[in-house]
Design a protein around this ligand. Structure first.
Ligand code: PLP
Length: 366
């Protein structure tokens, strides 16, 4: 066993820095000026990361990422609207499930789980059904790690006059997203993913005109982003008790993000992590589920090793005892496991993790 806390090689919660955790060692009043300044500056920086200063606003929301996805769909999609969901994995399916629960029209357009969604088929589906008002897509499908072609889908949606809502939970701040170049009504993300904050809040970067027009859409009080935004505008405060410590940690995490060099630097570190991970695991005989060209540098799915009596739980326990937390697979058809590339980790940690997996596999073969 190691003495340190294990590294979290998962898509969130993930490993944070000492400075980010230390930012939480204080209490803030939710009415206090100091906390309201944190909220304002974090929201300003989040909009800037996606280059939306001239067009978009940030609305933060308490809860995990899914709360923000549900709030965005419930607030931005009118009750009589219809949403096309290009589906190549678990988080796409979650969008469909949410739309069903909140009673919005939904068409799932299915794609293979090991391939990006196809803009040409999305275009055909939109042309075939004039009642579809929105496209809701996942940028990086964390269920497998596949990267979906956001710019191409955005072009199709814009050309055909449909609104685009993007679950960019596991890509925001790492993969480039430019709201000046792409017509996107809302990006949804959270504190505890590529920004390397702690989990506990999501946020929506929404087109100002769209959030302004969204009054009365939501049938939920707590998840009404229009109300949350209006209240924030008027008072500088969150509508209900804010996750003060999560916000303070996110402020610190964004400071480090900007000091590291922002999105290009974050992407470069994750790409390096991903490359080292894939190469290292291939050398152990582990096969990635995706082709290299479809792989986002966020999380990698591997086929289960070819070992008689293999169980993920055994691999997990062995890696854990060596200080690394792996992640189970999310596929129903094939046995897989996942390893995250994100968090406050670099190739040194990844190389150690590969070594831990080597030991685990050797023990399982013995
Ligand atoms: C993490 C994630 C979410 C949100 O999941 P929570 O468990 O609710 O935080 C949504 N979509 C994607 C693509 C994600 O990676």
């Amino acid at each position: 066993m190691t003495n340190r806390d294990p590294y979290l090689l998962t898509p969130g919660p993930l490993t944070t820095t000492e400075a980010t955790r230390a930012a939480m060692l204080r209490d803030w009043g939710s009415w206090d000026r100091a906390f309201n300044e944190i909220t304002a500056s974090v929201c300003r920086d989040l909009v800037r990361i996606a280059h939306g200063e001239d067009t978009h606003v940030c609305v933060p929301l308490q809860g995990s990422g899914t709360f923000a996805v549900e709030a965005a769909l419930g607030t931005l999609v009118a009750r009589d609207a219809k949403v096309l969901v290009p589906n190549n994995g678990a988080y796409c399916q979650r969008i469909g499930k949410i739309l069903g629960r909140i009673g919005r029209g939904c068409v799932m357009l299915d794609f293979p789980e090991d391939e990006p969604v196809d803009p040409a088929r999305i275009e055909a589906a939109l042309r075939a059904d004039a009642a579809i008002t929105h496209v809701a897509m996942v940028h990086c499908e964390t269920g497998t790690g596949v990267l979906n072609p956001l710019p191409q889908v955005a072009q199709v949606a814009e050309r055909l006059g449909r609104a685009l809502i993007v679950d960019s939970m596991s890509s925001f701040a790492a993969l480039p997203i430019d709201l000046r170049a792409l017509r996107i009504d809302a990006l949804i993300a959270a504190s505890g993913k590529c920004l390397e904050g702690v989990p506990g809040m999501g946020f929506i970067i929404a087109r100002k005109s769209v959030i302004e027009a969204a009054e009365g859409n939501s049938s939920s009080l707590a998840m009404d982003l229009h109300d949350q935004w209006v209240y924030l505008q008027r008072t500088g405060q969150w509508r209900f008790t804010p996750p003060t410590h999560v916000m303070a940690a996110l402020r610190a995490a964004i400071d480090q993000y900007l000091a590291e060099g922002g999105q290009p630097a974050r992407l470069a570190r994750y790409q390096d992590n991903c490359r080292v991970l894939v190469e290292g695991c291939k050398a152990l005989g582990l096969r990635p589920f995706l082709k290299d060209e479809h792989q986002a540098p966020i999380i990698v799915t591997f086929h289960a090793p070819d070992i008689a009596g293999y169980k993920f739980a055994t691999l997990y326990e062995s890696a854990r005892s060596q200080g690394f937390i792996l992640y189970p697979g999310k596929l129903t058809q094939v046995e897989t496991f996942r390893v995250g590339c994100i968090g406050a980790i670099d190739r040194t940690v990844i190389l150690q993790a590969v070594e831990a997996m080597r030991n685990a596999l050797a023990a399982m073969r013995a």
